[in-house]
Design a binder for this molecule. Structure first.
Ligand SMILES: [Zn+2]
Length: 244
């Protein structure tokens, strides 16, 4: 059995084809999927999808969208948490062309504060910002419920720093590329109880997959892992409040 720890089933690309996507996921043994909202427009849809037993709803303001959020986004996010969503996707992305760092950091701190007060697990996006994300998490602390850094492909030292804070590291397509020695080295360095698998569907298809990604492809990620780890059990612990 497989547990997709981070995907986006609310994405418009899944609109008309979602039933087929979920059927193929079930056929591939993907029995749980964590569906992460990334902006206000997503959150109601994520909560609606979360009524299905195999889907766990999360709501967050992704760093790419902090510029376009409404002035009341934080209150709306609290309402989504009250309605049963976990926290994320949120985080930092210091690639060129992304919103200003100060705006990203402010939005992240608001979301961490809400997650801490409700003790919700957080799903974190981190691109070219690991040092700063670690600093902020050291200041704020992490909810006791824990969290994950999604689509991790960084260096082992970084992976171990996140692990030391109590986070899980979630691996996706990076493992499926033959040249991905850094992601594999990180995987090998981590404790087996801190590793998760994800697809980030419909983005980031694994090596060899054409077109949009979907949770059924999680089997390719798991098969490419350098060693067997209890990723399903790890995700089941992290997201236990949504499981029967
Ligand atoms: Zn994502």
């Amino acid at each position: 059995m497989l547990f997709d720890a981070h995907c986006h089933l609310q994405d418009a690309r899944f609109g008309a084809v979602l039933e087929g996507v979920l059927r193929r996921a079930a056929e591939a043994g993907v029995t749980r999927m964590v569906c992460c909202g990334t902006r206000e427009e997503d959150w109601d849809r994520v909560l609606e999808l979360g009524r299905r037993p195999e889907i766990i709803p999360m709501a967050g303001l992704h760093p790419w969208y902090v510029d376009s959020a409404s002035p009341t986004w934080a209150a709306r996010l609290e309402a989504a948490f009250d309605a049963g969503a976990g926290a994320g996707e949120c985080g930092l992305d210091f690639s060129d062309g992304r919103p200003p760092r100060a705006a990203q950091e402010a939005a992240l701190r608001v979301q961490l504060d809400l997650a801490l007060r409700r003790d919700l697990p957080v799903s974190l996006h981190c691109v070219k910002a690991a040092g700063r994300l670690l600093q902020i998490l050291q200041e704020t602390g992490l909810p006791a419920a824990g969290g994950l850094v999604h689509a991790f492909s960084g260096a082992p030292e970084v992976a171990l720093s996140f692990q030391a804070l109590g986070l899980h590291l979630s691996f996706g397509r990076a493992l499926t590329f033959p040249g991905a020695t850094r992601a594999r080295a990180s995987f090998e360095a981590l404790r087996e109880d801190r590793i998760l698998f994800e697809t980030d569907s419909p983005d980031l298809p694994p090596c060899g997959v054409e077109g949009p990604n979907e949770p059924a492809h999680l089997a390719r990620v798991a098969a490419a892992a350098p060693r067997r780890v209890p990723a399903f059990e790890n995700a089941s612990r992290l997201f236990r409040r949504w499981l029967p």
